[in-house]
Design a protein around this ligand. Structure first.
Ligand code: ADP
Ligand code: MG
Length: 255
């Protein structure tokens, strides 16, 4: 049985996709069997894993709509050493297309059950909103990993996300837990960072991950080459940070 972790924050640009791709690669490098699910219509997790989002025969949308199984759509044998259930712009239709279907919030959960034994961990890259796609991710997940930037507005919107997590927990997924708060594009030299750090520690306690991801230009460059930073620039600070994060997640989740 795999552990399913949703990378969620309805705020865009906080490092969800970057962290999903690089954590997937780092876990795979530590011999974990990893599946990355791209639930964002932007398809950046697919592209960043070396998959052309414009050239998909089938995508995770077909899986959500019950028109294909996860096993049929998963892309295997990639140079990144993890598998991908790819997504693209077609996903913008998901909200409307799922509207009339039954069990519409459990579609991903049901689909992943059929491949759960093939993986140690499934990472889900969520879109930047609390829509039906994100609800599907939270319904399927055992844990939520929340990337955020330590800026003045970092905590704004988090309560809406935590409320949603709580609702899903009370309705369909009682096991759902916050597996970690990940500080991205981190610069500990600023006093604002230290202030936000303190707020995060007070509020989240143990859930605040020890590993932080520094702002690093190699991390930003890697996606244009369709590879994780751990392959693009192995010895960069960004690459090292994601390797440390993978080890911390393995310890926390007993992966
Ligand atoms: P999200 O998925 O939450 O919208 P992304 O992962 O796409 O966020 O990141 C937003 C932007 O910030 C991207 O251009 C990405 O390349 C850049 N970025 C993310 N993490 C880092 C980092 N550690 N250092 C430098 N740039 C980063
Ligand atoms: Mg993203």
């Amino acid at each position: 049985m795999s552990q399913i972790i949703a990378l969620t924050n309805q705020k865009g640009g906080v490092g969800k996709t970057t962290s999903a791709v690089n954590l997937a690669a780092s876990l795979a490098a530590l011999d974990r069997r990893v599946l990355l699910v791209d639930l964002d219509p932007q398809g950046h997790a697919s592209m960043g894993s070396g998959i052309d989002k414009y050239d998909l025969e089938k995508s995770v949308l077909d899986v959500l709509l019950g028109e294909a199984t996860a096993g049929e759509v998963i892309v295997r044998g990639l140079p990144v050493h993890y598998d991908v259930l790819p997504g693209n712009g077609d996903l913008t239709a998901a909200e409307v297309e799922l509207l009339d279907s039954d069990q519409r919030q459990s579609r991903l959960s049901l689909a992943l059950a059929s491949v759960a034994d093939d993986y140690d961990v499934v990472l889900i890259d969520c879109p930047p909103s609390l829509n039906m796609l994100t609800v599907n991710a939270l319904t399927a997940a055992h844990g939520v990993l929340i990337p955020l930037q330590c800026e003045f507005y970092a905590l704004e919107g988090l309560s809406a996300l935590l409320d949603t997590v709580e609702q899903i927990k009370q309705s369909v997924n009682p096991e759902l837990a916050v597996s970690g708060i990940l500080r991205t594009m981190y610069d500990k030299r600023t006093s604002l960072t230290r202030e936000v750090d303190k707020q995060l520690r007070d509020f989240f306690g143990d859930a605040l991950l020890k590993t932080t991801i520094p702002r690093n230009v190699k991390v930003a460059e890697a996606p244009s080459h369709g590879v994780p930073v751990t392959q693009y620039a192995r010895f960069s600070r960004g690459s090292q940070a994601y390797r440390v994060l993978a080890k911390e997640m393995i310890r926390r989740l007993s992966l």
